[in-house]
Structure formats: C-alpha cells, structure tokens
Design a binder for this molecule. Structure first.
Ligand code: ADP
Ligand code: MG
Length: 234
C-alpha cells in the first residue's frame, strides 16, 4: 500500500526574469505509518516538497498522489478541504491564532474541520496538552508564551484531529533536548496507534537519528534514500 506517490515532480519558481528550479524530477513512494525525514542543506527544496505534499502549493509538472487523491490537480479550495480532512501541518512559524488561548488553539481544528462530541474533544485536547508539557499553560494567550512553547502548541494542534499524515517543517528547531524527545516519542506512539505517517524536514540530528527513512535532498534532487527499517508496522 502506498500513501504518497511522487512521479516526475518538478517545481519552478519564477523570480523576475529568472526561473528557479526548486525541485527536479522527484520520484518516491511513502507507505502508511512511516516515519520519514527530508534532510539536506538550506535551499535544497525541503520546504517546497512539504508544501506540495500538504497542498499549500502545486507542482509545475508531474503527479503527486496523497491518500489516493491526485493533489496536483486540486484547486485551492479543494486542496484546503483535503488538507483539513487528511493532514496536520506544523508550520515553521507556528501560525497560532492570537485571540485564542493555548487550549482553544489546540481545540480549534476539532471545531472547524471535524464534528467531534464535546467529551471526546476535551479528552483529546487535555491529553495532548499534557503530552507536550503545556497543561499548566492552557489558559495563556500565544503572546504570553515562549517560542518553544508555541511550537509545542502547534504540534498538539496538528495531532488533535488524528490525521493520516503529519507534515512538519523543522519541528524541533526551538525545543530543548528533553522536550524534543518527548514530542518524538508522542509522535511514534501516534504512529503505532493510529498508523499516522510523519514527514519532517530537518537539520536536527535528534530527528535524523529517530527517522526510519531518510530522503537526502540536494539542489532540488533526491540524492539518496536510506531505509533504516525498524518501523514496527511490519
Ligand atoms: P529548504 O527548505 O531546503 O531550505 P526551499 O524549499 O525553501 O529549501 O527552497 C528551495 C529553492 O527554491 C531555493 O533556491 C529557494 O531560494 C527557492 N524558493 C523557495 N521558495 C521560493 C519562492 N516562494 N519564490 C522563489 N524561490 C523560492
Ligand atoms: Mg525550509
């Protein structure tokens, strides 16, 4: 079974007169319940690739299929709807809603995207608050917490809908060592329990070490795929 299939995916940005080839002829397949990281130097195309998979942008050419949907052909509105149903996205700059508390930010996708009964809703939010170590901060507003704490809220918000796929651009960049491992363990538990696939982009050796499949990007191309196995889903 395949969750994500990329075939001849290219992405070109037009910057004035100049065309920047951000991704060149990308091919890969990712199975459900995978724990994957894109690694590579700055400018190698990691964020571009995550944005295509997350339906935030479209390939210039090629085909990209996510959960049996050809996302390269979705328009903006259908892309957003698909993302809401299928994908949790942890943005590099968190994108928390400033007028909502920590608790409400995490609860928000359950109100907007999924119809979850109130008891189950509060159970999930409370569980994630403690998993990311933010239970005692739940009434704070985003401008009252640190960058690392905002990131933990963004992670909890992405996980609360129990999506098939979680995409995270440099997710542990602002986290201290213990919190980063706590978050990674939580993600692996979700992977085991819900068969969630996680795809990161990172320089962080903690994630590189924990990822089971590494895609090395260089200059918009996949230069290597390393399958370290041990993904525990047989
Ligand atoms: P990474 O996340 O690995 O640092 P990116 O995907 O952000 O790499 O960028 C890949 C290439 O595409 C770089 O050359 C970058 O300058 C270019 N690029 C990324 N986003 C844009 C954009 N919106 N407009 C023009 N060029 C872009
Ligand atoms: Mg990037």
């Amino acid at each position: 079974m395949v969750l994500i299939r990329a075939q001849q995916v290219c992405k070109e940005y037009q910057v004035g007169e100049v065309a920047v080839q951000a991704l060149k002829d990308i091919h890969f397949e990712i199975e459900p319940a995978s724990f994957v990281s894109f690694v590579g130097p700055s400018g190698s195309g990691k964020t571009t690739l995550l944005n295509l998979i997350g339906c935030l942008d479209k390939p210039t050419s090629g085909t990209l299929t996510v959960a049996d949907t050809d996302v390269s052909s979705l328009d903006r509105a259908s892309g957003a709807a698909f993302r809401g149903r299928t994908i949790g996205f942890i943005f590099q700059d968190f994108n928390l809603l400033p007028v909502l508390t920590v608790y409400e930010n995490i609860e928000y996708p359950l109100l907007m995207v999924q119809k979850i009964p109130p008891g189950e809703r509060s159970r999930r939010v409370t569980e994630l608050l403690s998993a990311v170590g933010m239970a005692d901060q739940k009434e704070k507003m985003p401008d009252q917490i640190s960058g690392g704490q905002k990131q933990r809220v963004a992670i909890a918000r992405a996980l609360v809908t129990q999506p098939k796929l979680v995409l995270a651009d440099e997710p542990t960049a602002n986290l201290d060592h213990d919190t980063a491992y706590r978050v990674l363990n939580l993600m692996k538990r979700m992977r085991d329990e819900f068969k969630t696939t996680f795809i990161f982009s990172t320089h962080d050796q903690k994630i590189v070490g924990e990822a089971e499949i590494l895609f090395t990007l260089e200059d918009g191309e996949i230069k290597g795929i390393q399958n370290k196995g041990g993904n525990g889903h047989g």
